[in-house]
Ligand binder design. Sequence first.
Ligand code: SF4
Ligand code: SF4
Length: 164
Amino acid sequence: MTSRSLLVVHQERCTGCRLCETVCALFHDGVVSPSLSRVSVIKDEIKGTDIPILCAHCDRPACREVCPSRAIRPTGAHGTGIIDPGRCIGCRLCVQACSFGGISLTPEGEPRKCDLCGGEPRCARYCPAGAIEYLPASRIGPRKRRLGAGRLVEFVAVAESKGV
Ligand code: SF4
Ligand code: SF4
């Protein structure tokens, strides 16, 4: 396996400003429209905390494996899968297959997935709180991995409570 960089979320630092959503849409679509963003910030109303949710760039992506039209191909930065809108048939099986909530839907129902902005993720670059970092995999230790697992558990609980 080759060494690569990964997006790391420090949920405890997130202030819920949603600038990450804005810069994502601005970079990819040229408009200030967070509904087009590939990163979603989910609010835990009970705890009053915010959870940035984005693609984990799996080595064996479930989204890619279930796609019947082979629309998700490892052609993005560092081999991460990106969705080819020309091949996507809109079945949204990828959304169901991803355990991380890594695929968002536009208001028109088009699936969107992080492509690392070609190697310089804008969410990490502009987050004023340092809640999203783009780090070499070698710098991500066991403690951070445990925190990441906790974030996933919390995301699932919040998503279920909202009926997502
Ligand atoms: S830009 Fe940073 S602080 Fe603001 S919502 Fe996104 S992750 Fe949270
Ligand atoms: S969208 Fe989900 S399944 Fe696909 S690579 Fe990202 S985290 Fe993995």
